[in-house]
Design a protein around this ligand. Structure first.
Ligand code: XIL
Length: 299
């Protein structure tokens, strides 16, 4: 195969990218994206601040731009994200307790109703675990509403759209030996044992010198999949874009039958949220980097 998407499809997987609505007028960008990828995650356009800028007033303009572009190019879409401590609109940042709990539920219902039946996956909850080595929850206004906020989000999501796969998504949960990984694993195991509706876990996979790739990533993917969820690499970027590391990550996904696909977090280095790290598969001129070839050959 001569594109990432076609190569991934040989094993029934997708190869995705984050797409920014603001770049859809850049033909160099859309040419590469339209050719190479089969799954799209809106980089910011379906986040809480974008979709509910004022409480109860939903705005799907930018989200729909990305969604429509993806569908017009034969791609599927991963919704990102419904409940998160980050990129909350000001009105939500100021809420707590039962008012915030109800606002979260209303937000999930409002956004999921608009996209009902249209998306392949939803990142229902994003980044809810702490980085402090405790394996526990991150402190946030959502966490302060009660430890059950995550399962409430998933139950609400299932009721809103029974046809979309519901995912938990986080970073620094790739290394099996990390306390954060174990915390998320224990939550998913608990959810599966109690019938809380969760279908998938997304491993963001933002690798850099502070949080490097570890070869036990494959073990992590296998162990989560063994709980009965799909797994995916959802926001892959690697500081310096080592071809070897990109190939290793690709091979880790291919080794796990329930690893459904890989999404890179942007098209060209210049599109990256961490552009100084030149972490992606295409350089700023749109040329394929050695990491691109490494991934294509591994798929
Ligand atoms: C990032 C976007 O790439 C940036 O454009 C934005 O300014 C901040 O968010 N984890 C996530 C993504 O789940 O939503 C983040 O995306 C990167 C880290």
């Amino acid at each position: 195969a001569s594109t990432l998407g076609a190569a991934a499809a040989q094993s029934g997987r997708y190869f995705g990218t984050a797409i920014a609505a603001g770049r859809l007028g850049d033909s160099a960008y859309t040419t590469i994206a339209g050719r190479e990828f089969t799954m799209v995650t809106p980089e910011n356009e379906m986040k809480i601040d974008a979709t509910e800028p004022q409480q109860g007033q939903f705005n799907f303009t930018a989200g729909d731009q990305v969604y429509n572009w993806a569908v017009q190019h034969g791609m599927r879409v991963r919704g990102h994200t419904l409940a998160w401590h980050g990129q909350q609109p000001g009105w939500m940042q100021g809420l707590g307790g039962s008012a915030l709990r109800q606002a979260m539920i209303n937000h999930i219902n409002g956004v999921m109703a608009h996209y009902k039946g249209k998306l392949a996956y939803w990142d229902v909850v994003n980044e809810a675990f702490a980085d402090d080595g405790s394996g526990g929850r991150r402190q946030s206004n959502l966490q302060a509403t009660g430890n059950d906020w995550i399962e409430v989000a998933f139950r609400t999501a299932r009721a809103a759209d029974s046809g979309v796969k519901l995912c938990y998504n986080d970073y620094n949960i790739e290394n099996w030996n990390a306390a954060k990984t174990q915390g998320v694993y224990n939550m998913v195991r608990d959810f599966k044992s109690r019938g809380v509706p969760i279908d998938c876990v997304g491993f963001q996979s933002h690798f850099n010198s502070g949080s490097p790739y570890n070869s036990n990533f494959r073990t992590t993917l296998q162990n989560f999949a063994a709980l009965g969820v799909d797994v995916a690499i959802t926001e892959l970027d690697i500081q310096g874009a080592s071809p070897t590391t990109y190939a290793n990550v690709t091979n880790d996904c291919l080794a796990v039958s329930r690893c459904v696909g890989i999404t890179v977090w942007g098209v060209r280095d210049t599109d990256s949220w961490r552009s100084a790290d030149t972490p992606l598969l295409f350089d700023g001129n749109g040329s394929k980097k050695p990491a691109y070839t490494a991934v294509l050959d591994a798929l």
